[in-house]
Design a protein around this ligand. Structure first.
Ligand SMILES: Cc1ncc(COP(=O)(O)O)c(C=O)c1O
Length: 305
């Protein structure tokens, strides 16, 4: 197996040199926040492109600020470290990048006031995340966390127990993935992805006020819907039965990319296969991740010279 390099505290080092102690607050209490980023490989150009690095690191620094974790790097520095890391690992395929900011203090108590913040970035090849091209999902009994409880907007590591419980319940019930409702019964999001419905010619997705993570892929799908497909896009609360009665439903997310949902709670969505709109959005999305669409070229940072 080839060596794996990671970014740790300002340096690129061999992964075997980095570990986390059993007393770390990150391990004991989940005190940290993270990002999930992709770099897309393009065979024609023999090039790997970091995708929307600036947007992901801006979100990471905002999350860290909310959690009182002090990061000594700028968005630009973190983006440059990431390009260096991808180069050092010599990845020549689509890759997932995981930056984590965490509190590594070793004393007892879930305090965020201590100054022991650490920053690590690792990466690994990742093609399809879902393992399937069309999904069957189910609403889970767990409710989504709320902004005044454990803010989903911060992509806090601790919040992913809520996601993991949802996925567990969905998988145990035989679904490919779960869907959360908010505590007041609105459609929220998946454990690691945003959700869209398409109904009567309108593209609709839950608003930030419904306790979603404001996804970077969600933002792009909204832009593509408006600018490339001339659609009316609404960010508003969605009820469960409105989702059942949609023409199309799909997920968006960095890992999940754009993936159609063809069944919800054992009810067929639309025609029970990937819809035309989802297909068009996917084509537009994959057409711009490798720098070939000049309008969106600024999203793509080449790794190799
Ligand atoms: C809970 C949750 N919602 C939505 C998303 C999608 O966000 P993005 O498109 O920025 O990856 C993610 C993935 O990071 C997530 O963890």
């Amino acid at each position: 197996m080839s060596k794996s390099y990671v970014f740790y505290q300002g340096k690129i080092v061999d992964e075997s040199e980095v570990s986390i102690g059993i007393r770390s607050k990150a391990f004991n209490y989940g005190l940290g926040c993270f990002e999930g980023i992709r770099a897309y490989w393009d065979e024609d150009q023999n090039q790997l492109y970091g995708f929307r690095l600036k947007d992901h690191y801006t979100r990471l620094l905002q999350s860290a600020k909310t959690l009182n974790l002090k990061v000594p790097y700028t968005v630009e520095e973190l983006s440059n470290f990431t390009i260096e890391l991808l180069k050092k690992n010599n990845f020549k395929r689509t890759t997932y990048i995981r930056p984590i900011v965490y509190n590594d203090a070793q004393d007892i108590g879930p305090s965020l006031t201590t100054p022991d913040t650490k920053v690590v970035i690792y990466c690994q090849p990742l093609d399809k995340y879902a393992g399937k091209s069309e999904l069957s999902v189910g609403f889970v009994s767990w409710r989504r966390l709320e902004d005044n409880m454990l803010p989903p907007r911060t992509k806090a590591t601790a919040a992913y127990l809520n996601s993991a419980l949802a996925s567990l319940e969905a998988h145990q019930a035989g679904y490919d993935e779960g869907l959360f409702l908010t505590s007041n019964g609105h459609v929220c999001e998946g454990p690691g992805e945003n959700v869209f419905i398409y109904k009567k010619g309108k593209l609709i997705t839950p608003p930030a006020s419904d306790n979603i993570l404001e996804g970077i892929t969600r933002d792009l799908v909204i832009r593509l819907g408006k600018e490339e497909l001339g659609l009316e896009v609404e960010e508003r609360s969605i009820s469960r039965t409105e989702l059942y009665a949609s023409d199309e439903v799909f997920f968006s997310g960095t890992a999940m990319e754009v993936t159609p949902i063809i069944e919800v709670d054992h009810r067929t969505v639309g025609a029970g296969k990937e819809g035309e709109l989802c297909k068009k959005i996917k084509e537009l999305f994959f057409g711009l991740t490798v720098g070939k669409n000049p309008k969106y070229a600024e999203y793509c940072t080449p790794v190799y010279k």
